[in-house]
Design a protein around this ligand. Structure first.
Ligand code: ZN
Length: 411
């Protein structure tokens, strides 16, 4: 995708604002110094990338690009490792985010007559409140549950007659399994699921969709760039439409930084076009995807990226072969009897890399036969030999937040 005239103007407007910052300790001053305005695609592509480490170093408020009286809120990315990242928002940033999120609901066919059940967490991170603000902008009734307490979730879902479930794929799966187990499906009024913040395979998608009897939509976003709601899949399920009037997207080779042509898989890089509190220039998301060329059947003019293929840091190299979680899911999708839940452990023993795949098997399937079948499918599709350990449904951990599926124990 090339920058259009409007995007180029908006980037220059942002750069001019950054040049007005006087505080020498501010992130932008330290990173860019005086930034020259851009005239061409090439000028833009010569601007340096921004990485999460840059943002961490700016902790606590080094990213704040406007004066204190303009900032109305901060959010923080869940820093499981090291210092968190703090993102300051102006009132206009919050409004723009809600407008983008409202667009997401509309593209998914959600209206102000729907009742939106929100299970992502509220607080410092952007998840729950993002779903909330967008739904209120749309004028729908929200049920701000937050995560956890399955009994209460299901009670409210039945009593409030929730029609839209918002959550992570692993939590949606947990709720779907609980509804099936309790035999209460006829009391559930859900029609749609808006699922965000982690990558999930076809098999898991089909399971959640069929057990809940809902149509599912993938929503995309990250705290550093507003939060969830910067893109969503449409009814045709062919990637996610992104709001390119607010953001500019590039796909790069994660190793070399080289810009890849549309259609090729690489790391998604995002530049904000209208953000005031903490604009980001060429921010590396570490999400692996590709730009889908051509127009979507739904008629939307907004460009698309594919659903997430993985994280650049999930990509593991074993015996010279690159493995992504999505490849493992493709293998498992071919195996009748395997479920969507798995964990791949990689260990280094006696100078050799050893892969063990733990996989949940549906009841009444022969574990020994499936072990052989998965092993040989893995070898023929991905090219390496692994050990397979079939386990029962429910044996692997379910997570309300993000699931890790590949564990590299070698280093
Ligand atoms: Zn579409």
């Amino acid at each position: 995708m090339k920058l259009n005239k409007n995007q180029l103007e908006l980037i220059n407007k942002q750069l001019m604002c950054l040049n007005e910052i006087e505080d020498e300790k501010c992130f932008y001053k330290k990173k860019f110094g005086e930034i020259s305005l851009i005239e061409t695609q090439e000028d833009f592509e010569n601007l340096p990338f921004t990485d999460k480490n840059d943002l961490r170093e700016a902790y606590p408020l080094g990213l704040q690009a406007v004066s204190d009286e303009k900032i109305v809120r901060i959010h923080s990315s869940s820093g499981t490792t090291g210092t968190p990242v703090i993102i300051p928002y102006t009132a206009k940033d919050i409004e723009d985010w809600a407008l983008m999120f409202e667009r997401c609901y509309k593209l998914a066919g959600v209206t102000n007559k729907d009742r939106i059940h929100i299970t992502p967490g509220y607080g410092l991170w952007t998840a729950g409140i993002g779903f909330q603000n967008g739904a209120e902008k749309l004028g729908a009734m929200t049920i701000p549950m937050g995560p956890g307490n399955t009994d209460k979730q299901l009670k409210m879902m039945m009593d409030m007659k929730s029609t839209v479930l918002c959550g992570t794929s692993s939590y949606a799966l947990l709720l779907a399994e609980e509804i099936a187990k309790r035999g209460i499906k006829d009391q559930i009024c859900l029609e749609k699921g808006i699922i965000g913040s982690e990558r999930w395979g076809k098999k898991m998608r089909n399971r959640i969709g069929s057990e809940l009897g809902v149509k599912l939509y993938d929503i995309y976003g990250l705290t550093e760039i507003y939060g969830p709601g910067i893109g969503i899949s449409c009814e045709y399920e062919c990637g996610m439409h992104l709001w390119d009037d607010y953001l500019y997207f590039e796909i790069i080779d994660p190793k070399t930084g080289e810009i890849l042509p549309d259609g090729e898989i690489g790391e998604l890089v995002i530049t904000t076009l209208k953000k005031e509190g903490a604009p980001l220039i060429r921010y590396r998301t570490h999400d692996l995807t590709r730009i889908i060329p051509g127009k979507c059947k739904c008629g939307s003019e907004f460009p698309r990226i594919d659903i997430l293929i993985g994280r650049t840091d999930d990509m593991v190299k074993v015996k010279g072969v690159n493995i992504f979680p999505s490849q493992i899911e493709e293998v498992l999708a071919k195996i009748n009897g395997s479920s969507s839940e798995y964990q791949l452990m990689i260990d280094h023993l006696n100078e050799k890399d050893i892969c063990t795949l733990f996989i949940e098997i549906k009841p009444n399937f022969n574990k020994y036969e499936l072990e052989r079948e998965i092993q040989s499918q893995f070898k023929s599709d991905i090219g390496i030999k692994i050990n397979v350990k079939p386990v029962d449904i429910g044996d692997l951990p379910r997570n309300e937040k993000k699931s890790t599926r590949i564990f590299d124990n070698r280093y």
